[in-house]
Every structure is written in structure tokens, then in C-alpha cells.
Write a protein that binds this ligand. Structure first.
Ligand code: URA
Ligand code: SF4
Length: 211
């Protein structure tokens, strides 16, 4: 497959599938070229019926190696925010807009590269199948890539956070958009980072109290 051939995940997504069936099938996906350089597919964690579905961007370096979402630095930040918002981890289903790690090699290092709109589109059928299989009450988009995947349009997080949004053409529940936890990690100034963390926790709390 050349880099421009992206048939999309449709062909690999089984109809009316349970979560274990989806997870198994996803490992075969060749819907875009990202499967070729990644170590493995990172599907999701969490259970059917979890009231909150949190959607990230794509697996990072650690997630790619471990095969589980949000186990690296951004995941630690997310875990502290979930704890601070009083949400039980049992009530959270964690997934990503794109299921394979996109990166650029620089010597021995692998540098995160944002997934493109075409990757988000190619991978969306998995997300749509997860909406049906998990049936969450509220869907939280962590950052603009997740918001594009879930809502199918460009979203400015600053302008649309802090309230419940209509599901749009793909989602099956109201949507809350917020920042990505890795954006918090990049803030150097402490007071600024604290207030960004508080705003993030407030968005999670809004989602949890709207379910
Ligand atoms: N960032 C994400 O968006 N998802 C992960 O799983 C890890 C880091
Ligand atoms: Fe399939 Fe998504 Fe992986 Fe592309 S990123 S191969 S669409 S699972």
C-alpha cells in the first residue's frame, strides 16, 4: 500500500460487534498506512456500559510499546485529573481517535507526529463501533483531533469547551470537548499550569454530572 492508499477501516469493522470482537478484529486493520511502522494497535480500556467515554488523539510512544491507552506521561496527568474530579475509574472507557502511533524517527528517538485528517477519517469506523458497543452517556473529546473525530468537524476547544454539545452525525451521546492532557504537560509556568489543570478537571466534572 502506498502512503496515499487509505481504504479506511470499514472493511475490517464487524457489524454489531461486542467490544472483545471489535478488539480482536482491529488488530487486522489495514485501513491506513499507520499500522506498518507502529509496534502494535492500541485499542482501548474499559467496559461496556461505562457512562463516560474519553477519546484521546492516538497512542504515544509508551502506549505503542505496552498496547494500552494512556499509560505514559499524558496518562498520568489524565489519571490525576480523573481522581481530582471524583470520577470512579470504573466509570471511564478510554480510547483514541486513531489506533496506531504516528511518529517520525530521529536517530534512535521516535517523535510524536499528529495524525492527519485522513488518518482520523480512516480510523473513525472503529470509534463509531465503540459508541455502539459501549453505549456511554457522555463522550469527552481530549483535544482538537478527538473533537474532529467525534463531531466530524473542526472544533476550537477554547470556544466550545465548558458545555454539552449535540452529538452530531457520529456520536450517540452528548459531547464535551476539552484540552488534551499533554497540553498541560507543556505549560512551564506553575500558576498557569495549575489553572489549566483546574479547567480540565471542571470539564471532566461537567461531563460526569451530565450523565
Ligand atoms: N495521548 C493520547 O491521546 N492517547 C494515549 O493513549 C496516550 C497519549
Ligand atoms: Fe486501521 Fe486506524 Fe490503524 Fe489506520 S490507524 S490501520 S485505520 S486501526
Amino acid at each position: 500500500m502506498t502512503t496515499t492508499e487509505r481504504p479506511g477501516a470499514e472493511h475490517w469493522v464487524p457489524d454489531a460487534a461486542t467490544l472483545p470482537e471489535l478488539r480482536r478484529a482491529a488488530h487486522e486493520c489495514r485501513g491506513c498506512e499507520l499500522y506498518r511502522d507502529a509496534t502494535q494497535l492500541v485499542f482501548s480500556s474499559g467496559r461496556r456500559g461505562a457512562p463516560l467515554m474519553l477519546v484521546g488523539e492516538q497512542p504515544g510512544d509508551r502506549e505503542d510499546l505496552e498496547g494500552r491507552p494512556f499509560v505514559g506521561p499524558a496518562g498520568r496527568m489524565l489519571t490525576s485529573a480523573i481522581n481530582a474530579s471524583g470520577i470512579s475509574p470504573r466509570d471511564v472507557y478510554l480510547t483514541n481517535a486513531v489506533k496506531h502511533f504516528r511518529f517520525e524517527r530521529r536517530g534512535k528517538r521516535r517523535i510524536h507526529e499528529k495524525p492527519g485528517v485522513a488518518h482520523v477519517t480512516a480510523c473513525r469506523p472503529w470509534l463509531v463501533a465503540e459508541f455502539a458497543a459501549v453505549d456511554p452517556r457522555v463522550i469527552v473529546c481530549l483535544g482538537a483531533t478527538a473533537a474532529r473525530a467525534v463531531l466530524g468537524r473542526e472544533v476550537r476547544i477554547g470556544a466550545e469547551r465548558g458545555r454539552l454539545l449535540e452529538p452530531g452525525p457520529y456520536a450517540t451521546a452528548p459531547v464535551v470537548v476539552t484540552t488534551h492532557p499533554s497540553a498541560l504537560l507543556r505549560i512551564r509556568e506553575e500558576a498557569e499550569r495549575t489553572s489549566a489543570f483546574e479547567a480540565f478537571v471542571a470539564d471532566l466534572h461537567l461531563a460526569a454530572s451530565s450523565r
